[in-house]
Design a protein around this ligand. Structure first.
Ligand SMILES: [Zn+2]
Ligand SMILES: [Zn+2]
Length: 281
């Protein structure tokens, strides 16, 4: 059955599958349109576009920007971006530098706890400028310091972990701005993450809308049906667009497949048209 998937990561950020292969997996899963939404980087888009042309799958240039709203990490997706826009590329490059200063500090902290690893070993795990904590976690698993990526985050890398270092993130309104200036459509990613519901969630989304947000990711691999219907309600109430995607990462997020998430995700094709109409081409 035809479906779309508007949230996919590749080897250009913390996914394990290269862009062309992600498009091919989507094709096999009867996905007719997809968005590549790597963290803070657009460099995987050309490879995906080329594969999309070959396989007859529509590829939407996208992004997922890590930002913050009142100290809470908030991810903003962007769709139909003019991804070659020099201003956008510069904002993203500056943003990624903050990772590069943080990663070595994390490695140093881990060393102090007696865990032996180097930043070169971490860098060898990624293909791109978007190296992050998942790559550090991979090294810790391989060296046998932890049994899983999840354990690495729980014990060391996540908020409250022994080697946690907060990252300097742009404000959500800045991320929204970057996307709008590049002609794209900014959308709140996985609202389930915010752990907010009811009136709090509505207020939060309303403030984001005032900052320029145009949509909410209602359909998502790990949303409970109850959450999906609540987010749909919020989108309708605030007149925001509805999107959805798997957040596929390959082996770095096991159990989530392109197009179908944990098996029962189905993002309707009809969501694409309004999203396209909101973009500035
Ligand atoms: Zn995210
Ligand atoms: Zn994501």
């Amino acid at each position: 059955m035809a479906r779309i998937d508007l949230h996919l990561h590749t080897t250009y950020s913390d996914g394990s599958v290269p862009p062309a292969e992600v498009v091919s997996l989507a094709h096999k899963a009867s996905v007719t349109a997809l968005a590549i939404t790597d963290h803070d980087i657009v460099d995987g888009i050309p490879e995906a576009l080329e594969a999309g042309t070959q396989l007859g799958v529509e590829v939407i240039p996208g992004i997922e920007i890590s930002s913050r709203w009142e100290e809470k990490e908030t991810h903003i997706l962007g769709y139909f971006l003019k991804w070659q826009d020099p201003e956008l590329q510069k904002c993203l490059a500056d943003h990624r530098i903050s990772r590069h200063t943080r990663n070595p500090q994390i490695v140093e902290k881990l060393n102090k706890f007696g865990l032996s690893l180097t930043y070169d070993e971490v860098k060898a795990k990624g293909h791109s400028a978007s190296i992050g904590r998942p790559h550090i976690a991979q090294v810790l698993v391989e060296k046998g310091y932890v049994n899983s990526v999840k354990e690495a985050f729980d014990r060391y890398l996540g908020v409250g972990g022994d080697a946690y270092i907060p990252r300097e993130l742009p404000e959500a309104r800045e991320a929204i701005d970057w996307i709008r200036k590049a002609g794209g459509v900014p959308v709140l990613a996985h609202p389930g993450w915010t752990k907010q519901k009811g009136e709090d969630l509505k207020k939060f989304c309303k403030k984001l809308k005032e900052a320029g947000l145009l949509g909410i990711e209602v359909f998502y691999s790990t949303h409970h049906p109850r959450q999906t219907s609540e987010y749909l309600g919020v989108a309708r109430h605030l007149d925001l667009l509805v999107t959805g995607g798997s957040d596929f990462h390959g082996v770095t997020k096991p159990g989530i497949e392109v197009g179908i998430g944990r098996g029962n995700l189905k993002v309707p094709e009809k969501l694409l048209e309004p999203l396209k109409n909101a973009a500035c081409f």
